[in-house]
Every structure is written in structure tokens, then in C-alpha cells.
Ligand binder design. Sequence first.
Ligand code: MG
Length: 260
Amino acid sequence: MIRRRSDKEMDKMHQANAIVLQTLEILQDALEPGISTSELDRIAAANLAKEGATAAFKGYRGFPASLCVSINEQVVHGIPSPDKILENGDIVSLDFGAVVDGYFGDNAVTAAVGDTTPELEKLLKITEEAMFKGIQAMMPGNHVSDIGYAVQSHAERHGYSVVRDFVGHGIGRALHEDPPVPNYVQGGRDPKLSAGMCLAIEPMVNTGSHEVRTLSDKWTVVTEDGGYSAHFERSVAITNDGPWILAQPRTVYSEGAKVV
Ligand code: MG
């Protein structure tokens, strides 16, 4: 069942998402060769405590940390560890969630550690752009598939593939709510978008094939062919006037336009 959120509920989600994005900015500043992924998790959890919010991921289906850190060929759900040390040239997906008064926020960024290459810079840029193209499609009257079409066509136009096995999702009083939001076009159920729906848009874009597998730790998802993967995410509310990126003060995303 797809739930619609009131303005008051969206304001709570704005609080949670603003804390998440602020935390991701702090984490990006901390990215440097030599830091461990568990130190990043510690920084994230400390900022959450300082802001009076609680972690959305810790304990979710048994996930052991507050932050997901996925390096290079890792797609999503990497578990922080003191043994995982970032190296110059890595790309790192930081995926973080918070809860404020029972309302959830979920956002992710991928960033380079130290020196990077034009090829990896392009992967990050196109993946982030694909996310914003998906957000642009979040107009009342459009369908969930318009989001997937916008994301997939942008990524594939640049020679990348879009992960199928993991998708975006509704968000609100739970981390994952209805509907699933694929980053590609698939047949079947295709709900109409309407004001009050809140969705996490999160393209996972690979340099090689779209196929992925889960490691024996039962969490870390990696590309099947070992190619690089990038991941960006924003929780977004649909208003009568268009999409509101919930981490930001209430405003309609400026590129908002109807997808025909
Ligand atoms: Mg998510």
C-alpha cells in the first residue's frame, strides 16, 4: 500500500533528511587515504547523536552499523570495518539514514578518495545526473516507470548499465515502504505518482554489466564482472507543484518538468 504524507509529516522527514545530508558532507570532508571505514561509521553515528536523531540502518535486518560504505566494485551495503582502509584513487559510496520522531531520511553520495581519473569522475557525474533526471520525473500524474526511464536512459546513453537487483523505494514511517522504484523500465505494475508520495531515488550505475552478487558476509553487493559502481540517493516528496528534495528547505526542484 502506497502511503501519502501530510505537510506536517513531510516536515519531520525534512528534519531527518537534512541531518543525513549534513552528515554525508562531514563524511566527504573526512575521506582521505588511510582512514578506515569503521572510523567513518563512528563519525556518522557521533553526528547523529549530536543532532538528537537515531540511526535508520543499525539493526535493520541485523545490519551491524549506522553507515553503509561500499568501495570501488562494491555496489551497496558494505559493512564498515577497522580493517578496511581507504586508498588513494578509491571511489566510495556512503549511504546513510536517520530517524526523527519516527520519520525516516535516506540519502547517499559517492566520492573519490584523493586523486582520481577522468573516467571515474565521469561515472560519478553521470550517476548523480541520472538521479536528478529521475527526480525531475517526479511530477503528479507521471508514473513510477517515468523515473526509471529517466535514470536508465541517461546512464545508458553514456555507456553504463543500471543495477536491476536493487531499487529505490517509498519512505516515511519505515525505511522501505511501497512502491519499489526501479532505475529501469520494467513491465507490470506501474503506480501513478501523486502529491504526498515520498520516494527514495537511488540509481546504482556500473561501468560494466548490470549484474551483481552478494558476498558471503550476506550484505556487501559487488559487481559480477568487477567493474566500478557508483550510487547516489535522495529522499524526495511529491508536492502538487513537483518534487521536493527533502534534505533541503521546502522548494520544488528547479528542473522539475513533466516527462511526456
Ligand atoms: Mg534507500
